[in-house]
Design a protein around this ligand. Structure first.
Ligand code: G6P
Length: 474
């Protein structure tokens, strides 16, 4: 069985969950990507290739909601070298402005190459003649070129969900040329922001020596590669509808009640990752309490940290650091039944997230660097009454669109303190003015529009052939 449309991503859009009786089932992961892609996948009998998580071997392909899901298994060594090692110990910090120090290990690189090859071979075996293949993210940057070598008939798109770094940083990578050439196997390369696309084109000119003009790269074999920004978004209507629902409204009220009905609730929700600036943000908030600008009867900070990449050393160190910091802040500044920070190390379903967004007065999103940050957009989508304040890092991709947020430099603790206080004290009129404008932006450009725009640009590429995909719903 071959498909006209393939998605190739490190993860499948479902998670394998173990039931109490020891059996396993699949649960749809909450991401917006799958929501956006599902309609066009269904219309084209699409296939999604990805790692199911864990080390289970030889899981059979299966169907889920009109999509063919093909699990690509990994051994423990592959997880260590490819996923934890090269992807998350080298590329992740390098692409996020060296927030942590990237490690360059040749053994990791070798496994990255071989796992990318397995993804490419799997895609090559499942793609129909002239099919469209959309490859995702930093874990699979060699797949476009490997796939093109195996199947020159395919139309190949690639989207990078994280920032693409400036040349000055990317240049450190011992395998910089291989990565650039790997990406150039695609017909269309999508980045979150124009800056990322420009960084890429500049590097290709300098390091690979190809001719470029604006967003185009001219290859010696006559192909052109287009590198452009497609800022990703969320299922805005879906979130809004969820936030409007009775159970979510009740849950939002119940959470506030449990928090002791403080005047204002601050909220942070992040994967537990050093790029997210969790420590600095909690420090800023706690100093406001310590210095008497905020009172624990008036304000509480709810911080949700979603467990992530727990086998990677840096993530373990960060978890310990946050545990210690929260303990110290609450010990020093809290009162009985009134912690300064209500800290949850857990992941939650969409309904609970919507309830948290609905109940929070000030959403605090302060990453040091972030490709986009969908949490900021989800908060805005859930603010049905045009109220609530968003404090947002200038270094999140979302800041390019959400200009009416309180924009902060997450390295500047005093600046963050000022913004947190301003957001806390802002009057209704100001909050409404800002939130209305942000809601307009988010609702006008959702993830379905993002996917449609990328697919449209990809189908316009005239490098190879002209087989067209079916539109969604056909
Ligand atoms: C970021 C990356 C994704 C990744 C996700 C979760 O959003 O861009 O590619 O899937 O983090 O990280 P994980 O390592 O659990 O897949």
């Amino acid at each position: 069985m071959t498909s006209d449309l393939l998605i190739v991503a490190n993860r499948l859009p479902v998670d394998r969950v173990k039931n109490d009786d020891g059996s396993t089932t699949w649960r749809k992961s909450p991401g917006g990507l799958v929501t956006a892609i599902e309609p066009v996948m269904r219309a084209n009998d699409g296939t999604w290739i990805g790692w199911p998580g864990g080390t289970d071997q030889d899981l059979e392909p299966f169907e889920d909601d009109g999509m063919n899901l093909v699990p690509l298994s990994m051994t423990a060594e592959e997880i260590e070298g490819f996923y934890e090692g090269f992807s998350n110990g080298c590329l992740w910090p390098l692409y996020h402005d060296l927030v942590a120090k990237p490690e360059f290990h040749r053994e990791w690189w070798d496994v990255y190459v071989s796992v990318n090859r397995r993804f490419a071979e799997k895609a090559a075996s499942l793609a129909a003649e002239g099919a469209t293949v959309w490859v995702h993210d930093y874990q699979l940057q060699l797949v476009p070129q490997m796939l093109r070598e195996l199947r020159p008939d395919l139309r190949i798109g690639f989207y990078l969900h994280i920032p693409f770094p400036p040349a000055e940083l990317f240049q450190q990578l011992p395998w910089r040329r291989q990565i650039l050439e790997g990406l150039l196997g695609a017909d269309l390369l999508g980045f979150q922001l124009p800056g990322g696309a420009q960084n890429f084109v500049r590097l290709v000119r300098q390091r690979v020596g190809h001719k470029t003009h604006k967003e185009l790269v001219y290859l010696p074999d006559g192909r052109t590669v287009r590198a452009e920004a497609f800022p990703i978004s969320i299922d805005a209507k879906g979130f809004e509808t969820l936030a409007r629902s009775e159970p979510v409204a009740e849950r939002a009220a119940a959470i506030r009640e449990q928090l002791g009905n403080p005047r204002k609730v601050f909220l942070g929700i992040d994967r537990l990752d050093y790029t997210k600036g969790i420590v600095a943000r909690l420090r800023a908030f706690s100093e406001l309490v310590r210095d008497g600008h905020l009172d624990v009867e008036d304000a509480v900070f709810v911080q949700v940290a979603v467990p992530s990449r727990e086998q990677v050393e840096e993530y373990r160190i960060l978890r310990d650091e946050i545990d210690r910091l929260v303990g110290r802040i609450n010990g020093d500044l809290g009162r009985i039944g009134r912690p300064v920070i209500s800290y949850l190390h857990s992941s939650y379903p969409r309904e609970e997230m919507a309830a948290l967004y609905r109940m929070a007065d000030v959403m605090v999103v302060t990453p040091y660097r972030d490709g986009m940050n969908l949490v900021a957009k989800e908060y805005v989508a859930c603010r049905l009454d045009d109220d609530g304040a968003l404090v947002l890092s200038e270094f999140a991709g979302a800041a390019a669109e959400l200009r009416q947020a309180w924009l902060v430099n997450p390295h500047d603790i005093d600046g963050m303190k000022t913004a947190l206080l301003q957001a806390f004290e802002a009057g209704d009129k100001e909050l409404t003015k800002r939130m209305k404008a942000m809601r307009k932006t988010i609702l006008a450009h959702d993830v379905a529009a993002w996917a449609a725009e990328f697919m449209r640009m990809l189908s316009d590429v005239d490098n190879v052939h002209d087989k067209e995909l079916n539109p969604p719903g056909s």
